[in-house]
Structures are given as structure tokens and as C-alpha cells.
Design a protein around this ligand. Structure first.
Ligand SMILES: NC(=O)c1ccc[n+]([C@@H]2O[C@H](COP(=O)([O-])OP(=O)(O)OC[C@H]3O[C@@H](n4cnc5c(N)ncnc54)[C@H](O)[C@@H]3O)[C@@H](O)[C@H]2O)c1
Length: 346
């Protein structure tokens, strides 16, 4: 049994908690949180943009800490699951690795490439596993696309366009602070940067055009270049100032013998869906069978992958620290390109 300590019981801590309870082979034995109400089991204030609302939970048999160092010092814990705000990831991850624990850290791994490298190296030195909660490739539509590409059934991968846009998150006061969250680039687009890195490899250069808000990019379009000049890949991400469309994401992925098209938008709290559709070279448009599409299931799959990697000692390719670091590096190059108004090397 893998004993887990979760640091940070907010939206993600709650979703991870729910997922651990559905996965065999791991057990949450401790939590760390500085909100006293949450330490007493009252999680009713937790609310996110998917999944159930927080509840009152029974914490009997679970150690509760207000300081992460105390939780890390507990010898019965094997894995520290970091669901703290992004600016705290680097300190928490390094402390956990120094303490001999495996680490599963929510995205973004850290706010700078240098800090990501520090964590990746610390995990190598400590001979512990480092995994990052880049859950998007496990969302059913994105998992379908990965499988369709890997199967070779539709021929060569030619490129794709990826989109992730939200309304201004007015309730997140640190959202545009590059030292705390990092704005839409590091909070939002990081998911697509990671997915693009996974599908196409590391870009060699890129050009982004965007609007700045203070020191972070508010809204942007990026064209990516790869060593294979045939690949045509672009992404759009950021914040719009109208509250009517809270969230939209999707993709159009081009293969020789098929195009995969998917888009979900939340408009005035209602879902508008272009279900994942395979446009075939025979002129057909086939809606893919992907289950109920509940995002919470993707987190269950993610925790299963974490448990598998630790149990077998075989690191996770999908959740690797190196991929997460590459995604951060891509994002920073995109910001640089917006600010310099020119193409930059990655
Ligand atoms: N994978 C995804 O789809 C996804 C979605 C949302 C958030 N996230 C990521 O998850 C992480 C957490 O985001 P969230 O939305 O859950 O945030 P949140 O603000 O809801 O939760 C953070 C929790 O950490 C606690 N906390 C803060 N400082 C602490 C400290 N020093 N010691 C102990 N507890 C402390 C807060 O009280 C809060 O309960 C972020 O990195 C975010 O980017 C990922």
C-alpha cells in the first residue's frame, strides 16, 4: 500500500482525495492545510469548475498538519501529493524529495524553467519518482486523439490547432502575478503546451502574437516550428473580458487520413459541445465513443498511473517531470516572443 500525504486541500486537493478513494493500492493517511476549518473536516467551501462541491469529510485515522515539513517527516508516508498554489510547488517538492518521498505535484511544476530543473535534478539525486499532474492527455477526448495517432490507423500526423480560452477569473486575485500564478500562459495554456510537446516533440522555434496585461500575456496566438517542416501546429489561449463564456477548449488534429475535431464551451453555465468527431478520408463524420466524458474520471486515471509508476518502479512517461519542465520552457518562450514581437528559438 502506498501511503499518501496531500498538501493543500482546495479544489485540486479535493478532486485528488476523491480519486484516491476510487483507486486500489494507495491510501491518504495525512493532509496538510493551513485553513483550520478544512483541517477539522469541513470542506464545504470548496468549489471548482467541475466535479462535486466539497463536503464534510470524516478525517478519523488521518493525520492533520498545518506545516508540510511535519508531514514530510512522517516515515510512514511514501508519496507527497502537492496541491498547493503554484508559487509554493518548488519549496514543497524539494523538501519532500530531500525527505526521501516520491512527489506527485499539480501543474505547473514550478513558475520558472530553472526551478523546474532544480526539482527534476533533485528527484534524480534522491532516486525518487517525480510526477506532474498534467491530466489533459487523460481527458477522454485527448486520450482518444493520442490513441488514434499512436495506432497509425490514420497515417502520418500533419499538425493541429489547439484552443483554451476563459473569461477573466475575477475571483482569483493573484492570477496575473508572474510570481504567484503566472496568468493564462502558465495556468491555462500550459495544458496545451504540454499536449503539443507530447504529440509533436519539442518545438525548435515559435512565434507568438498577443496582448499583455501587466507582466503576463493576456491573450495570444502561437505558431510552432519543429525540425520536421511539414508539421503545422498552432495554439490560441488566454482571457476574454466578457463573462458570458466561462471556458472553452478543443482541438482540430490533422492526420493524413482523418481530421479529429472537438470543442467544448461553457456559455452561461451551459455546455455547448462539438463532440469529438472523426472526419474520414471517405467523407464520413463519425462521433467517437468516449464514455460520459466526466473530467473527474481523468483524475482517477491519473492517480492510477501514479500508483502504477511507484508500485512497479517504472516511471510514468505521461506525467514525467521532464515533460512538465519542457512545457514551462515553451510557455516562457511564447511570452518572450509576444514581448519581443518576433520569432524566438526554443
Ligand atoms: N489539473 C487541473 O486541471 C487543475 C485544475 C485546477 C487547479 N490546478 C492546479 O492545482 C494547484 C492548486 O490549485 P487549486 O485550484 O486547488 O487552489 P486552491 O486555492 O483551491 O487550493 C489551495 C489550497 O492550499 C492551501 N494552502 C495555501 N498555502 C498553504 C500552506 N503554506 N500550507 C498548507 N496549505 C496551504 C489553501 O488554504 C488552499 O486550501 C495549482 O497548482 C493549480 O494550477 C490544476
Amino acid at each position: 500500500m502506498i501511503n499518501v500525504g496531500i498538501a493543500g486541500i482546495g479544489f485540486m486537493g479535493w478532486i485528488h482525495w476523491l480519486a484516491y478513494h476510487k483507486v486500489r493500492g494507495a491510501k491518504v493517511v495525512a493532509i496538510c492545510e493551513f485553513d483550520k476549518k478544512k483541517l477539522s473536516g469541513d470542506w464545504r467551501a470548496i468549489k471548482g469548475n467541475f466535479g462535486p462541491r466539497g463536503e464534510k469529510v470524516d478525517l478519523s485515522g488521518i493525520d492533520t498538519h498545518s506545516q508540510i515539513d511535519r508531514m514530510i517527516a512522517d516515515p510512514k508516508i511514501d508519496l507527497i501529493d502537492i496541491c498547493l498554489p503554484p508559487s509554493m510547488h518548488v519549496t514543497a517538492a524539494l523538501a519532500a524529495l530531500r525527505g526521501g518521498k516520491h512527489v506527485f505535484c499539480e501543474k505547473p511544476l514550478a513558475l520558472t524553467t530553472a526551478d523546474c530543473n532544480k526539482i527534476v535534478k533533485a528527484a534524480q539525486r534522491a532516486d525518487r519518482q517525480l510526477m506532474v499532474g498534467h491530466v489533459l492527455p487523460l481527458f477522454p477526448e485527448y486520450a482518444f486523439a493520442r490513441r488514434a495517432i499512436d495506432s497509425g490507423k490514420y497515417g502520418r500526423l500533419l499538425g493541429g490547432s489547439f484552443k483554451r480560452v476563459i473569461s477573466d477569473p475575477l475571483w482569483l486575485k493573484d492570477f496575473y502575478d508572474p510570481k504567484r500564478i503566472g496568468g493564462p500562459m502558465l495556468d491555462l495554456h500550459i495544458h496545451d503546451a504540454h499536449f503539443i510537446r507530447l504529440l509533436f516533440g519539442m518545438p525548435t522555434s515559435l512565434i507568438s502574437q498577443g496582448r499583455m496585461r501587466g507582466r503576463v500575456v493576456e491573450y495570444f496566438n502561437t505558431l510552432f516550428n519543429f525540425s520536421d517542416p511539414q508539421l503545422v501546429v498552432c495554439a490560441t489561449s488566454g482571457v476574454i473580458n466578457q463573462q458570458g463564456r466561462g471556458f472553452t477548449h478543443g482541438f482540430e488534429i490533422h492526420l493524413e487520413k482523418a481530421t479529429l475535431h472537438y470543442e467544448l464551451a461553457i456559455v452561461k453555465d451551459e455546455s455547448r459541445l462539438m463532440p469529438l468527431t472523426v472526419l474520414t478520408d471517405k467523407g464520413r463524420a463519425v462521433v467517437a465513443k468516449i464514455g460520459d466524458g466526466d473530467p473527474v474520471n481523468a483524475f482517477e486515471a491519473e492517480i492510477k498511473e501514479v500508483v502504477r509508476a511507484i508500485r512497479t518502479g517504472e516511471p510514468s512517461a505521461l506525467l514525467s517531470g521532464e515533460l512538465a519542465r519542457d512545457a514551462i520552457q515553451i510557455c516562457h518562450r511564447e511570452t518572450e516572443s509576444v514581448m519581443k514581437h518576433r520569432q524566438v528559438r526554443v
